[in-house]
Design a protein around this ligand. Structure first.
Ligand code: OXD
Ligand code: MN
Length: 596
C-alpha cells in the first residue's frame, strides 16, 4: 500500500526505481517512530554516532567523506532547453545530454540499498506560499536532515492530491566520486538530480536546489520572489513588531544577525528581536499591497565553527537538543562535540572531522584546513522551534509584512556602515552591484572582490539579467514596497582591524533603518544614496565607538567607488545582453554623481 494514489508520483517513482534498482522502497511518513528506527539503523552501521543523551538529548554526529564537505558550484548546472535561459553566470548542460550522462551514474546505484521516498513541503502545508516536493534518496542521513529542515509527512501527499505540481528530486550517493559529482536542475521540468555527494547543500534538495534555484524560476513565472535572505522581527516596547529581510553572501553572518541579542541599552527598554528565518525568504505581494515573507524551511543548517556564547548564544542553545552535527570534533571523553571558536577548552581526547585521533596542540592557524579538528564548513542541523528567539509568526501561513530589505557584503573600504537607496529601482540596482571581498579564511588571494548580486550568484535558476528584470518588474506591483538599504559591518582601519563592533550592536543600524521606513529620521544625500547623520546612529553604551568613529564609518570615498564602477561594468558585461537598460542607466547616473 502506498500512501498516495497520485499517478504522476507513482509513475515517476517507478521510473526512478527502475533506473537506480534499490532492494526496497520505504515511504517516510514524518512519524517519530519511523525516525527513531532510522536513527538506530544509522547508528548500527556507523553512519551516525549517538551523542551523550544527558548533555545533548536527541543529538547525533555524522562525518561526510573527506572529499565531500561543501557545495560544489563548479559541478552545479541549470539545464534549460536553451543555453541563454540559464545565462552566463550559471553552468549549463543540454537537458537530454545531461540526463543521458547522469543515467549512467544512477543506473544500479541503489542495488543492495533502500530508496527512501520523502514527501515534503517548503513552508506550512496548505499555506498560499507552500510548494511541495518529493525527494528520493538512498541516504538515511538525508532523510533525518530533511525531517528537520522541511515539513515531512503524509499530509503533504494529501495536500498534493492528484496533482502533478510538485518538485521531483532524485539523490543517490553512488560512489561519492568527486569527478562524477553533479547537482543539476531542470527548471522547466520541476526536477532536481544530485549524484555522488552526501554533503547537505548538495543533497538536502529542499534547500538551495528547490527553495532558491527552482523557486526563483517559478517565482519569475508566477510573480513572486525566492531570495537568499534572513527574516527577523524587531519588537518595540509597545509590542509592535517590524520585519526586515536581509541578503548577505554565504559566510557574512546571516545566522548571527537573524538571532541577534539586543544590546542592553535596547533590551532594558523592552526591545526584542525575533528570528523568522536565517537563510531563505519567499516573498509575495499581499492583498494590503505590502510585501509578505515566509521562511520556507523548518530548521537551520548552520556553520558550527565560530558559534559560541558571545557570537550567537541563541544558535548555540538551538543546537543543544535534536540536532545532527556534521564534521565537527567528537569529544570521546564525554561523547559530546566541539569546534574551533566554541570555547577555549578543546577536548583532550578527540576525533577530528576526518575520523582520526586529534591533538588540539597541533592546530596551526596558518594551516587551518589541515590542522583544525572541525571542518571550517562543519554544520549543525537544528529545529527552528528549538531556537529561544524563534518568532511566534514562524509558522504563520500568511507570513510577515516586510518594512525593509537590507543588502550587505564584506567590504574593507568602499561601502559605508549603512546607506539607503532612493527608490525600489535604485535599490534593485544596489542589489545587483553587491559584492564581498575574500578573507584570509578562504583559499586564494585576500581582498579580491567577488560580485554576488542579491547574494544569489550561485542560486538564481535562470539568467541573471532576467532575474534583475524580475526585481524591477516586482517593484511596479508592490504598492507599499519595503525600503531598500545596504550595510557593511566589515570596514577596517589602516591596520586591518574591524571598526564596527558588529554582532548585537548591528541592532543600532537596524533601528536607524526602521526609523527611516517610518519617516522618523533625516539623512544626508550622497552620490550613492541616503547616509545617516552620524548622531542618528545610537552609540549609547558602546565603549570604543565615538561620534567620530561613526563619521568615519559613514564616509563615501569617491575614488574607491569609481574603481568599483569599473569592476561593475566588467561584471555587467559578463552577465551579458539581458542586463536591463535600467541597470545601465542607474550605473551611468551613479558614475555621473560620483564625478560631479
Ligand atoms: C548556506 C550557504 O549553506 O549559503 O546557507 O552556503
Ligand atoms: Mn545560505
Amino acid at each position: 500500500m502506498t500512501p498516495t494514489n497520485n499517478k504522476f508520483v507513482l509513475d515517476w517513482i517507478n521510473e526512478m526505481a527502475e533506473m537506480t534498482q534499490p532492494d526496497q522502497i520505504v515511504w517516510i511518513d514524518g512519524s517519530e517512530e519511523q525516525a527513531e528506527a532510522l536513527r538506530a539503523e544509522a547508528c548500527s552501521t556507523g553512519e551516525m554516532i549517538k551523542l551523550n543523551q544527558e548533555k545533548l538529548p536527541g543529538c547525533y554526529l555524522h562525518r561526510t567523506a573527506v572529499n565531500d564537505v561543501a557545495r560544489v558550484e563548479g559541478r552545479t548546472f541549470i539545464c534549460t532547453s536553451k543555453k541563454e535561459d540559464a545565462g552566463n553566470i550559471n553552468n549549463w548542460m543540454d537537458p537530454a545530454e545531461c540526463k543521458a550522462k547522469l543515467t549512467k551514474l544512477y543506473t544500479g546505484s541503489m542495488k543492495g540499498r533502500t530508496m527512501y521516498v520523502i514527501p515534503y513541503s517548503m513552508s506550512v502545508v496548505g499555506s498560499p506560499f507552500a510548494k511541495y516536493g518529493i525527494e528520493l534518496t538512498d541516504s538515511i542521513y538525508v532523510v533525518l536532515n530533511m525531517l528537520i529542515m522541511t515539513r515531512v509527512g503524509n499530509d503533504v501527499l494529501d495536500a498534493l492530491g492528484e496533482s502533478a505540481d510538485y518538485i521531483k528530486g532524485l539523490h543517490a550517493r553512488a560512489d561519492i566520486d568527486e569527478e562524477n559529482r553533479y547537482i543539476v536542475h531542470f527548471p522547466e521540468e520541476n526536477t532536481i538530480w544530485s549524484v555522488n555527494s552526501g554533503y547537505g547543500g548538495n543533497v538536502l534538495l529542499g534547500k538551495k536546489c528547490f527553495a532558491l534555484r527552482i523557486a526563483s524560476f517559478l517565482g519569475r513565472k508566477e510573480g513572486w520572489m525566492a531570495e537568499h535572505m534572513l527574516i527577523l522581527g524587531v519588537e518595540y516596547p509597545d509590542g509592535e513588531t517590524k520585519y526586515v529581510c536581509a541578503a548577505f553572501p554565504s559566510a557574512c553572518g546571516k545566522t548571527n544577525l537573524a538571532m541577534l541579542i539586543p544590546p542592553e541599552y535596547y533590551s532594558k527598554q523592552g526591545y526584542k528581536v525575533w528570528c523568522v528565518g536565517d537563510d531563505i525568504a519567499w516573498l509575495r505581494v499581499g492583498e494590503d499591497g505590502r510585501l509578505w515573507a515566509v521562511n520556507p524551511e523548518n530548521g537551520f543548517f548552520g556553520v558550527a565553527p565560530g558559534t559560541n556564547l558571545n557570537s550567537n548564544p541563541n544558535a548555540l542553545y538551538t543546537t543543544m537538543k535534536d540536532t545532527i552535527f556534521t564534521n565537527v570534533v567528537h569529544n570521546t571523553a564525554d561523547n559530546t562535540v566541539w569546534w574551533e571558536g566554541l570555547d577555549k577548552n578543546p577536548p583532550a581526547e578527540a576525533i577530528d572531522w576526518r575520523g582520526n585521533p586529534w591533538d588540539y596542540r597541533t592546530y596551526d592557524k596558518a594551516r587551518k584546513l589541515e590542522t583544525s579538528g572541525a571542518h571550517p564548513n562543519s554544520r549543525f542541523t537544528a529545529k527552528a522551534i528549538n531556537c529561544p528567539c524563534i518568532s511566534k509568526e514562524f509558522s504563520n501561513p500568511a507570513g510577515v509584512p516586510i518594512s525593509a530589505i537590507v543588502f550587505g557584503g564584506r567590504r574593507a573600504k568602499t561601502a559605508p556602515l549603512v546607506y539607503q537607496s532612493t527608490s525600489w529601482q535604485n535599490g534593485a540596482f544596489v542589489g545587483s552591484i553587491m559584492a564581498s571581498e575574500t578573507t584570509a579564511a578562504a583559499a586564494g588571494a585576500v581582498g579580491v572582490v567577488r560580485r554576488d548580486p542579491m547574494a544569489m550568484r550561485p542560486f538564481v535558476g535562470y539568467d541573471m539579467g532576467d532575474y534583475w528584470a524580475h526585481w524591477l518588474k516586482m517593484g511596479t506591483t508592490i504598492p507599499h514596497a519595503p525600503k531598500i538599504f545596504h550595510v557593511n559591518w566589515f570596514r577596517t582601519d589602516a591596520e586591518g582591524n574591524f571598526i564596527w563592533p558588529g554582532f548585537g550592536d548591528n541592532m543600532r543600524v537596524l533601528m536607524w533603518i526602521l526609523a527611516r521606513c517610518e519617516g522618523k529620521v533625516d539623512a544626508d544625500i550622497t552620490p550613492i544614496g541616503y547616509v545617516p547623520k552620524a548622531e542618528d546612529i545610537c552609540i549609547e553604551g558602546l565603549e570604543d565607538v565615538t561620534l567620530d568613529t561613526i563619521k568615519e564609518l559613514l564616509t563615501v570615498d569617491k575614488e574607491s567607488w569609481l574603481e568599483d564602477v569599473e569592476n561593475i561594468k566588467a561584471f555587467y558585461a559578463q552577465v551579458g545582453d539581458r542586463v536591463p537598460q535600467t541597470m545601465y542607466d542607474e550605473l551611468a547616473a551613479l558614475e555621473a554623481r560620483l564625478k560631479a
